[in-house]
Design a protein around this ligand. Sequence first.
Ligand SMILES: NC(=O)c1ccc[n+]([C@@H]2O[C@H](COP(=O)([O-])OP(=O)(O)OC[C@H]3O[C@@H](n4cnc5c(N)ncnc54)[C@H](OP(=O)(O)O)[C@@H]3O)[C@@H](O)[C@H]2O)c1
Length: 315
Amino acid sequence: MAESPRKMFLAGATGQLGSRLVAEWIRIRQPCVVLTRRPQRVPAAWLGALGNNGEKLIEVVPGDPLVPGDWQKHLTQASGVVNLCGENIIAKRWSAPFKELLRTSRLVSTANIRQYLVEAKNPCPVVNASGIGFYGGLGTDEVDESSPGGDDFLATLCMDWEREIFGPTLPGQRQVALRTGVVLDPKAGALAKMLPLFRWGLGGTLGWGTNYTNWIHHADLTGLILHALSCASVDGPINAVAPNALTNQEFAQTLGRVMHRPAFCSVPIPMIRLALGEVAKGLITQHRVKPRVALDTGYTFQFAHLKPALEDLLG
Ligand SMILES: NC(=O)c1ccc[n+]([C@@H]2O[C@H](COP(=O)([O-])OP(=O)(O)OC[C@H]3O[C@@H](n4cnc5c(N)ncnc54)[C@H](OP(=O)(O)O)[C@@H]3O)[C@@H](O)[C@H]2O)c1
């Protein structure tokens, strides 16, 4: 009997980044298995997507990545694994139980996938989400993948997450930690939240304006995941940010210009802290992050500069 074709495996598919990746896999006719706790949220377009020979492209597997179970059997035949699971960082104020959920949803899902791949002796490449929060909040130094981690809550979370990603694996297996910046997408995430304010003429800087906004167009985020899956020299952390980060003030002014709206407002740091609590740290204090590994391994950014990226997203 012919073996069934090997597929990609994606956890966290229904989120901002996962949905874009699935759309790209459908476009290039890449079969995949998607794990979700909420199969009812899977778009009809995924279920109806067909490959070149009329076969279903997307197999939806219900399951909770925090609980080992039957879903893990789908890892045995995976040709590559992408794990984008994690409770949304900016969904709520960071109470102690919510901080614990931010950690477990990332560390336990990662462990359940990595350990099972070792047991199943499947040495396929794994691309696992992480964040540029790894580098810590303070300072405006230039950092790249060789820079040390920070010491605030987000940095500690990312370092523990990456310890799980780079835990015991099979010889030759590539584990990639995707240290993601602010993914620009008009449908979800930070940009979607900013757009109404700018439309009402209330757009402007967050904090003192000199902090960096390390952005990336969603098409490049998807492109980097595909690059990391296929390029043998990507092994370890990779910064998923565009090569030209801007200060928060330059970012706001560019967004205002592209939208033909003023961007003179400035939300002072005490007000951000009052509104958001500790999560504000992750938004307002950021280093300038360079995508050294992406550039050194031959990835060509579709959108290296902010203005054309925003024109594409908002045009
Ligand atoms: N978007 C960004 O700008 C950005 C920046 C830096 C880092 N990241 C990281 O990249 C990953 C994906 O980001 P995203 O923006 O796509 O996130 P998202 O929209 O919040 O989606 C995350 C996915 O994770 C799963 N999930 C959520 N809470 C969970 C929980 N408590 N237990 C298990 N699974 C849970 C969900 O899948 P189901 O409900 O389908 O099971 C959800 O679709 C996250 O880990 C995030 O921290 C994102």
